[in-house]
Design a protein around this ligand. Structure first.
Ligand code: TMP
Length: 212
């Protein structure tokens, strides 16, 4: 019999919500429990496309807004064969940001509608679970200064949060809102519970296609 597939688990949220810390803790917890699991992150800055994106984020280059949006999407599509292979092999993927960040960040720029922003990512592997780490702008500010990269300002992050809130109304996605103002360990417990439930149910379900 073919092995049971892995689950595609995504963490999203505005900056300072603790996504990367929580992805790493989830990875470790699942590894320690003997489950096959790997972590990915988007943008994946290691590829040729990823390097263009990285230079843009570090403000070393400028790119037209539609162009960079399509590059972020292409950076996900170039990973799809690898993602599918791993999921089929029974490996669960814990992913730090995905198409939802793509839509929320570009959608927060003037002149973009969410519908246009979603189009390039239609048909990507559909996550079995998307956890949104919810943190108010006030609490995020208390966690310290933003970095130097593009988009790292309070006003832009507030606009991004609004776009995420719109995306979370979509019932075709298994959204779980996680209260990221709790302690690191309590947030980790919530995330682990949702992830274990998802891993068990995804085993028996075909991998879906995003926004189709
Ligand atoms: P990070 O590497 O620290 O997660 O930052 C990546 C930045 O790129 C972050 O500000 C969010 C933004 N972003 C987009 O604008 N579009 C995307 O598709 C993704 C994945 C991230």
């Amino acid at each position: 019999m073919a092995c049971k597939r892995g689950a595609l688990i995504v963490l999203e949220g505005v900056d300072k919500a603790g996504k990367t810390t929580q992805c790493q803790k989830l990875l470790q917890a699942l590894q320690q429990s003997g489950r096959p699991v790997e972590m990915m992150r988007f943008p994946d800055r290691s590829t040729t496309i990823g390097q263009l994106i990285s230079a843009y984020l570090q403000k070393k280059s400028d790119l037209e807004d539609h162009t960079v949006h399509l590059l972020f999407s292409a950076n996900r599509w170039e990973m799809v064969p690898l993602m599918k292979k791993k999921l089929e092999q029974g490996i669960t993927l814990v992913v730090d940001r995905y198409a939802f960040s793509g839509v929320a960040f570009t959608g927060a720029k003037p002149g973009f509608c969410l519908d246009w922003c979603m189009k390039p990512d239609v048909g990507l592997p559909k996550p079995d679970l998307v956890m949104f780490l919810q943190l108010s702008p006030v609490e995020a500010a208390l966690r310290g200064q933003f970095g130097e990269e593009r988009y790292e300002t309070s006003s832009f992050q507030r606009a991004v949060q609004q776009k995420f809130e719109h995306l979370m109304k979509d019932p075709s996605i298994n959204w779980q809102v996680i209260d990221a103002s709790k302690s690191v360990d309590d947030v980790h417990k919530d995330i682990t519970t949702h992830s274990l439930n998802t891993i068990n149910t995804a085993h028996n379900l075909p991998l879906g296609e995003l926004w189709k």
